[in-house]
Design a protein around this ligand. Structure first.
Ligand SMILES: [Zn+2]
Length: 148
């Protein structure tokens, strides 16, 4: 039993390390959260989104209705792992990307990895950590209401 407990503790240390990284990105303004009503987007693709990362303006857009801490975790995954995943996807043998549809194979492959990150990381967060992420969303919501 002991090795399992030790392993979990180590995993929680990694979680806390990444969590602190995310919070410092948001706290010191390297990245900002902005609320967007994706339903009102002009593009059909965007209408279906719950979140989006814009590396040109270092903005994470979260949906007005469905922009939860979990979606924020997903988008932060793009921030943290974006370049790394892009490089990895492009260096993968073609046959490993074969099952993926469309011309945007690399993006799709990266998106699947980010979904794995989201599931693992978001579900490992403590209630306190979730609350902290919700705080950034609430702050963005106040700005959104002001701008209406
Ligand atoms: Zn994504």
């Amino acid at each position: 039993m002991a090795p399992i407990m030790g392993g979990l503790k180590n995993l929680y240390n990694i979680r806390d390390w990444w969590f602190d990284r995310i919070v410092s990105y948001l706290m010191f303004g390297e990245w900002k959260v902005v609320i967007k009503n994706f339903k009102e987007s002009k593009s059909k693709r965007e209408k279906a989104l719950l979140g989006m990362t814009d590396p040109d303006t270092n903005t994470i857009l979260l949906d007005l209705k469905y922009g939860t801490p979990r979606i924020l975790v997903h988008e932060m995954g793009h921030v943290i792992f974006g370049d790394l995943l892009d490089e990895e996807a492009r260096n993968k043998p073609r046959n490993l990307l074969k099952g993926l549809r469309g011309s945007k194979k690399f993006e799709r492959w990266s998106e699947l990895r980010i979904l794995e990150w989201e599931k693992c990381f978001a579900e490992s967060l403590s209630a306190e950590q979730r609350k902290i992420l919700q705080f950034f969303i609430d702050e963005a919501m106040i700005e959104y209401e002001k701008g209406r």
